[in-house]
Design a protein around this ligand. Structure first.
Ligand code: NAP
Length: 282
């Protein structure tokens, strides 16, 4: 019997934990966890995302500082804004929405965010720590995938996971996070041969390609757990990488799009903010 994973229920439990932590700080007379989100230009997708972050964080008792800069802001000005946020003791996390305009180097911006305030794990120091130790900060999307798997399967040790996608923001950090759980990890990408066979070998299949509904039952092993990270637009609708009806013929459990991984990411971002807050207070 195939089932859709109830990601909203996982998000609800996480939110309650975060709310309790923030209430605890208030009760002790401590500062409020504050996220500074910087948006350059007015890309509707980014504006929607940042407004949603604000709503979620405020509903949990935190504060969001929304900093909007014009599309033609110089790289120097953006670096200087981040420098000020790095120095501001009332700011515990910093997020700069990517993609940035072409005249600004995302690498330089990522490097400027203080590693101790880097809430979405984009600074190379955090990327390196994630790969080399138990420290580091992981981006919220791969962290959400791990949270869903832990909630669904409990112990992940020894389970074979196949990831399709090797981007810096999803696939690569996910490799490190799954290895930390002692899973056996295979990573596929656009040059992988026999993708269907490799994917079908996973007890867990995670697709993060952005290829609308490409994953059908042929890519899925019998009884597998399928996590769909992809979000694309097709015929005016948001769809995932998976053709869910087809995938469910083989999968035991799967996430849907919309209403899947994306339902949890903002919550996990806020959990990271509160973790950073705790470290700053320690
Ligand atoms: P990306 O940077 O474009 O990376 C896509 C990856 O998929 C690449 O590694 C690429 O391989 C691989 N790929 C593309 N076509 C393939 C194919 N036909 N067969 C095998 N591999 C293929 O994308 P991203 O930023 O990681 O995002 C991936 C998807 O996740 C997008 O749909 C994005 O919108 C979504 N996303 C969702 C959330 C969320 O909160 N739900 C958050 C972030 C991203 P190569 O490396 O060989 O090019």
């Amino acid at each position: 019997m195939s089932e859709i994973i109830n990601v909203s229920a996982i998000a609800k439990v996480e939110k309650e934990k975060i709310r309790n932590r923030i209430e605890g700080y208030r009760a002790e007379g401590k500062a409020t966890p504050t996220l500074a989100s910087v948006i350059v230009g007015e890309d509707p997708g980014s504006v929607y995302y940042i407004d949603m972050q604000k709503k979620v964080l405020e509903s949990l008792g935190g504060t969001m500082l929304k900093i909007t800069l014009s599309q033609d802001v110089s790289e120097e000005e953006l670096l200087s804004t981040i420098g000020e946020l790095n120095e501001d003791d009332e700011v515990h996390g910093i997020m700069v929405l990517f993609p940035l305009p072409k005249h600004i180097s995302e690498d330089r911006i990522a490097m400027k965010i203080s590693p101790s305030k880097d809430v979405d794990g984009v600074n190379p120091i955090n990327i390196g720590l994630l790969a080399s130790s138990t420290g580091g900060i992981a981006p919220c999307t791969p962290s959400s995938v791990v949270e869903i798997l832990k909630n669904t399967l409990g112990m992940l040790e020894g389970i074979n996971a196949v990831i399709i996608g090797r981007s810096n923001i999803v696939g690569k950090p996910l490799i490190q996070l799954l290895l930390r759980e002692n899973m056996t990890v295979t990573v596929c990408h656009s040059r992988t041969k026999e993708l269907k066979n490799v994917a079908a070998g996973g007890e867990v299949l995670i697709s993060a390609m952005g290829r609308p509904m490409m994953i059908t039952e042929e890519y899925v092993g019998k009884g597998a757990v399928v996590i769909d990270v992809g979000t694309s637009e097709k015929d005016g609708k948001i769809v995932g990488d998976c053709d869910l009806l087809s995938v469910m013929k083989k999968a035991r459990l799967a996430t849907k799009v919309p209403g899947g991984v994306g339902t949890l990411t903002t919550t996990i971002l806020m959990r990271t903010l509160v973790d950073l807050y705790d470290k700053s207070e320690a």
